[in-house]
Write a protein that binds this ligand. Structure first.
Ligand SMILES: Nc1nc2c(c(=O)[nH]1)N(C=O)[C@@H](CNc1ccc(C(=O)N[C@@H](CCC(=O)O)C(=O)O)cc1)CN2
Ligand SMILES: Nc1ncnc2c1ncn2[C@@H]1O[C@H](COP(=O)(O)OP(=O)(O)OP(=O)(O)O)[C@@H](O)[C@H]1O
Length: 196
């Protein structure tokens, strides 16, 4: 039941996000990144797990560039499609990235083999989503990658979304894990603990 409802919502929220004109999306993405960079949990974090945007998600390239400038350790997802699990792989620049699972940019395999960073070393995870609710619950693409990754994760979890992708309440299942805050172009919505 919940699954069907989530699938219906996925289509609706994906459509809604796709309808934001590109220029507005880019402008709002820059505002989200500014808000992320100003947030204390980001400033305190040394190792960060950040997604590489695809489809109409808030963009992260400029954010990552600034993380490099601030000497943060940057890791990005590498998916294993068979098990629907992902690992965090360190990148030092953009030159190692190639289209991987689902056409999302990923570091080349040789890089994944040597630069996988253990979950315990990740201070902050920046989480993409089609929608987030007021308690930090999230609607993703429906493969459970982030739910699996965040299970047992003790660091800080920060959602990133356009302000019109915030909703009062999403359907929840037992494996869904909320983020600690959601950063939008307009505000930081505190949904859990406030710092690292
Ligand atoms: N930028 C970014 N990277 C990310 C995620 C994300 O949400 N955003 N993920 C977060 O989990 C993981 C990838 N998850 C994905 C899960 C499903 C589909 C997908 O295309 N699903 C199909 C329907 C399922 C199917 O193929 O049968 C679709 O939406 O059309 C794409 C990515 C890891 N990397
Ligand atoms: N911790 C877990 N262990 C095993 N299976 C899980 C776990 N979390 C989620 N799943 C499975 O993954 C499926 C998708 O979960 P869900 O609908 O919450 O995806 P999502 O969070 O929207 O997707 P994504 O994280 O890929 O963007 C669920 O049907 C569930 O069976």
């Amino acid at each position: 039941m919940k699954k069907q409802e989530k699938n219906r919502l996925r289509r609706r929220w994906q459509e809604r996000r796709n309808q934001i004109p590109l220029l507005l999306r880019q402008e709002m993405s820059r505002e989200i990144c500014r808000n992320v960079l100003a947030y204390p949990a980001l400033q305190a974090a040394e190792t960060i797990f950040v997604y590489l945007a695809f489809r109409s998600e808030p963009e992260t390239k400029e954010l990552i560039q600034e993380l490099f400038a601030r000497k943060k350790r940057v890791t990005v997802p590498v998916c294993d499609k068979a098990s629907h699990t992902m690992k965090a792989v360190e990148i030092k620049d953009f030159s190692c990235l190639v289209p991987g699972s689902y056409g999302i940019l990923e570091p080349k395999t040789e890089q994944s083999d040597v630069l996988t960073i253990p979950k315990e070393e990740i201070d902050l995870v920046l989480v993409p989503g089609l929608a987030f609710d007021a308690d930090g619950y999230r609607l993703g693409y429906g493969a459970g990658y982030y739910d699996r990754y965040l299970k047992g994760y003790l660091g800080y979890k920060m959602g990133m979304a356009f302000e019109n992708c915030m909703v009062w309440r999403l359907p929840r299942e037992e494996f869904d894990l909320p983020v600690d805050c959601v950063v939008t172009n307009r505000a930081v919505v505190q949904t859990g603990r406030s710092c690292l």
